[in-house]
Ligand binder design. Structure first.
Ligand SMILES: [Zn+2]
Length: 454
């Protein structure tokens, strides 16, 4: 497991016990950015050891989400379940050397110990007498790492983001590493996998900080080189609590109907890092990225910011890209700019369907401030007259003529005109819509409106 220590190798290692959520996607992004920046390698490892809760559906969701976000990984997807045979030999080695042992205490005994420690207000841990007894060599119990309770050693690691973090080794107790030689626990198998893959930097969420001293002791017991650690800040809900489903802790794939992947990446990047500008591509983020400058404290998930970023990306879409992203093949080239100028969420593009298909609406929407149908119909007939005699060249002349038809009552003319074209109470200016629809379609829609009023 030697390898070249200068070579950066990182991984994201989600468990397929749920969908790919925003936090894991951000963690993947920072790993990916760091790998690109350092000309290193980024891997995807699926930790599917929880046989009860892991599903192929969740695994596929993780793969689909990272693919959609463009966070490409090196080689095939690696699965923990594919190399279960790797864990047994190092566990047996630790047992043989007396660095690990079998604990035969019952759940009841451990629970009683925990309650006693709680009442004495000391950190809960299990210091097991069995490690010094022949019993500790006898299989059948849970496997624990032997930690010296009398040691005053401090386990210190220099977190790339947070600086030095220290833990008292004695407070860890003899922590468990496997249920049996063929059933390792998280802190054990994650190390064997990382060592096997020669991972140089463990970049992961801050919820893993408390695992780190235990993992360092396991690395040491196995004589493996300890990688560098960087713990990312969590993404928080607006009230600074843990992000819940309501606030965005849903599958990343659910964002696809509303957001461009570039927008979501841009948003996630800025949630834990201060880049030089608000809108920047993966490549620009890579050029600026410095792992040590990732924020230490959690960032609030602000959906308004995501919407704003998405709007900036949508503005740049070509008509063809808009049709594809919104899943609306009927958007015309002429209509596209009117949509992209106003759109925050892709699914709202349907609101503009009057730009490419006839609107449906009730006749009473046409009247400005409950104006009499007769007055409204007259206004529309006069608008129609102006349009029929306009050459579709000089927009200013058209506006001038419409204004003179309106006289002092702009609402009485522009309102029914706009509703006739869009079927909406709120829409862009009718002249803009008219230029998209063309003369024939506009006359047709005005005639439909007039007939609704007759
Ligand atoms: Zn014990």
């Amino acid at each position: 497991m030697a390898g070249n220590p200068a070579k950066v190798k990182v991984r994201v290692a989600p468990s397929p016990t749920g969908f790919l959520h925003i936090g894991t996607a951000q963690s993947a992004l920072y790993n990916w950015l760091f790998a690109k920046k350092m000309a290193g390698t980024f891997y995807l490892r699926i930790e599917d050891t929880d046989k009860e809760r892991s599903t192929k559906e969740f695994e596929q969701d993780i793969i689909d989400g990272l693919t959609w976000l463009g966070l490409d990984w090196e080689g095939d997807v690696i699965r923990t379940s594919d190399h279960l045979q790797n864990y047994r030999a190092p566990l047996e080695k630790l047992l043989r050397e007396g660095k690990a042992f079998y604990c035969h205490h019952s759940q009841e005994e451990l629970e009683a110990e925990r309650q006693r420690q709680e009442s004495e207000k000391v950190p809960p841990r299990h210091e097991c007498r069995h490690k010094e007894l022949p019993l500790g060599k006898e299989g059948g119990g849970i496997i624990r790492l032997a930690v010296d309770a009398a040691s005053d050693r401090k386990i210190v690691f220099n977190d790339v983001i947070r600086g030095p973090i220290e833990f008292k080794a004695a407070l860890l107790g003899d922590f468990s590493i496997a249920r049996s030689v063929s059933d390792p626990l998280y802190n054990f198998y994650v190390i064997i996998d990382d060592a096997e893959m020669e991972i140089s930097h463990i970049i992961r969420g801050e919820d893993h900080i408390s695992n780190t001293p235990k993992q360092i002791l396991i690395y040491e017991a196995l004589g493996l080189p300890v990688p560098l650690f960087a713990h990312l800040p969590l993404i928080l809900a607006p009230d600074r609590s843990k992000l819940s489903k309501r606030h965005g802790a849903m599958s990343v794939m659910e964002y696809k109907k509303d957001y461009l992947s570039g927008s979501l990446i841009n948003f996630l990047g800025g949630l834990g890092y201060t880049f030089s500008k608000d809108i920047l591509s993966r490549e620009e983020m890579t050029a600026e990225f410095d792992l040590a400058k990732v924020h230490k404290s959690g960032a609030v998930f602000d959906i308004k910011k995501l919407n704003w970023i998405n709007a900036q990306y949508v503005k740049r879409l070509s008509p063809a890209d808009l049709r594809q992203a919104a899943g609306l093949p009927d958007i015309s080239d002429a209509a596209a700019p009117l949509v992209t100028e106003r759109l925050e969420k892709l699914s709202d593009a349907r609101e503009f369907s009057y730009l490419w298909s006839e609107p449906e609406y009730e006749a009473d929407m046409l009247g400005w401030k409950n104006e009499d149908a007769h007055i409204t119909r007259t206004a529309l007939e006069r608008v129609k007259g102006v349009i029929e005699n306009w050459d579709f060249q000089d927009e200013k002349i058209l506006r001038g003529r419409l204004d003179s038809v309106a006289g002092g009552d702009r609402g009485g003319v522009y309102w029914p005109f706009r509703v006739a074209l869009s079927g909406k109470k709120f829409s862009p200016d009718p002249v803009q819509i008219m230029l998209v629809l063309g003369k024939d379609e506009v006359i047709k829609r005005i005639n439909i409106a007039i007939s609704k009023l007759s």
